[in-house]
Design a protein around this ligand. Sequence first.
Ligand SMILES: C[S@@+](CC[C@H](N)C(=O)[O-])C[C@H]1O[C@@H](n2cnc3c(N)ncnc32)[C@H](O)[C@@H]1O
Length: 346
Amino acid sequence: MANIVITDVCNLHCPYCFASEFVNKEANEISMDAFRQAKEFILSSGCKGLGIIGGEPLLHSAFKEILEDIIYDGRVQKATVFTNGIHCDEYLDQFSHEKFRFLINCNSPTDTGVRNYEKLCGNLELMIEKRYMKNRISLGINMYKPDFEYEYLLKLLDRYHFDNLRVSITVPNGSTKRGSAFDDFRRIKPRMLEFFNVLLSMGIRPRYDCNKLPSCLFEWEDYRFLEENIRQVMGDKKIHPNMAEVVRCRPVVDILQDLTAIRCFGLSQYTKADIRDFRNLDELKEYYRRTVDSYGCNTVYHEDCTGCRKRLNGKCYGGCLVYKIDSILKMQEYSEELMAKAGDME
Ligand SMILES: C[S@@+](CC[C@H](N)C(=O)[O-])C[C@H]1O[C@@H](n2cnc3c(N)ncnc32)[C@H](O)[C@@H]1O
């Protein structure tokens, strides 16, 4: 799958947003023509799904037309709309089509303002209780500071009986100052564990997005703390691996309004490529794997990673690649020099 970034415009200014290189800067919207080109590019690899993202995608001035294009395109079996939920009431008829899925990013009333939060709650009620869409909706939260709020979300999860929640440990935007991922993980961990424990006690499973806490930062006390509640949710299975993992990721690929692709928002500044230079999405992903991902395990951002077997065995990046982007760029440069020298010798 890949996502099409249909607009830069957003109604919110989320303090953690990693798309801030684009969002609310130039008010660029994708044209219908470029939208269709991006869609063809994605589908030409045999992909049957795509994502619609922004900015806030629902603010695109021809959003209804975009939704209808997707509805009438029989090749698209699944389209995920990434939204903050505040304008969902305007598109309920189109959203009722079964091919749409929704990842609703639920910000706290403190971050969005009470009116926006109430609008989000009202829209969830409409989508779930009036249009019966619950099985196509996932809620998500961004854990972006050591005292992140979560209480507001528990009420929504409980009211609609959700049994899982997408959780993101936010990654730094390419332009903000990056410290060590370990330090960021350690800062967020106490609150995150407390939150996971509450979720698990409610029968709700946290599902990490890409920037997972590496298993080396999870200690036995942490498992013990969660164990009883994990059993309740996961039955007698072993502690669910989702709680702490080796961390690798794959190119997500977001296609911007001018048909420039980026590997993911976190690496947007460093991975721009024109989709017209590639035959299809598979070829583009291969390019990102070769030029970015292949350095994921032979770079470190912390001395603790140096001797790590999981890293040496190619299993763990240690966290989001943006933390290591400077080393990755150096490795790219070095390998290009070597290739050029090899070329000269031929
Ligand atoms: C950039 S937003 C755009 C779509 C929409 N406005 C929304 O709020 O979902 C898309 C997704 O990026 C995620 N996101 C934003 N900033 C992030 C960050 N710094 N780290 C990880 N995920 C982030 C949000 O959770 C959201 O699901």
